[in-house]
Design a protein around this ligand. Structure first.
Ligand code: SF4
Ligand code: SF4
Length: 159
């Protein structure tokens, strides 16, 4: 018999906000700032790979970042798959920006709203690049946002 059960989407190891039911986030933007500094050495809203959503009435701030979906639709959609959008041996979905042509297919394919991929706009086409969380995969200390969150409300999921 055909199995019509809708299977839940599964995610890889990713940044989580803790505790998940009550936000301790101070809304200080430190995670966004250290993210851009760790990856690009600059600070700017187009560069961060982690996103704060401040509640307008609730005062609760929710943190969004890539969930490293196990079926990684952004990777599948990439115009330069395995050259621009890549997968490493640990299932981390990352962008090799040298090869990114800024076509935004990955952004459109992200299953989240808003998408978990940022984008650098530029009049110079060669500078248009997608930016996404790669869990600071080449950083020995691990994710910079987790390390520098002043209220320790960020962590890595245990999946
Ligand atoms: S913007 Fe870059 S990473 Fe995204 S689909 Fe296009 S080439 Fe791939
Ligand atoms: S960018 Fe979006 S679609 Fe791609 S792995 Fe992350 S959450 Fe999933």
């Amino acid at each position: 018999m055909e199995d019509n059960t809708i299977t839940a989407r599964t995610y890889g190891r990713h940044i989580v906000q803790v505790p998940s039911d009550v936000s301790f986030c101070a809304g200080c933007n430190a995670c966004e700032i250290v993210c851009t500094l760790a990856h690009d050495g600059v600070v700017g809203p187009c560069y961060n790979r982690i996103f704060m959503e401040k509640g307008t009435h609730s005062m609760v701030t929710v943190i969004h970042s890539c969930q490293h979906c196990s079926d990684h639709p952004c990777y599948e959609a990439c115009a330069r798959k395995d050259h621009a959008m890549c997968l490493d041996e640990n299932g981390v979905v990352y962008i090799n920006e040298e090869n990114c042509i800024g076509c935004k297919r990955c952004i459109k394919a992200c299953v989240f709203d808003p998408p978990r991929i940022n984008y650098v706009k530029s009049t110079d086409k060669s500078k248009r690049k997608a930016k996404k969380c790669d869990l600071c995969r080449t950083r020995p200390e691990g994710p910079a946002c987790v390390q520098y969150c002043q209220v320790s409300c960020l962590s890595l999921s245990d999946k």
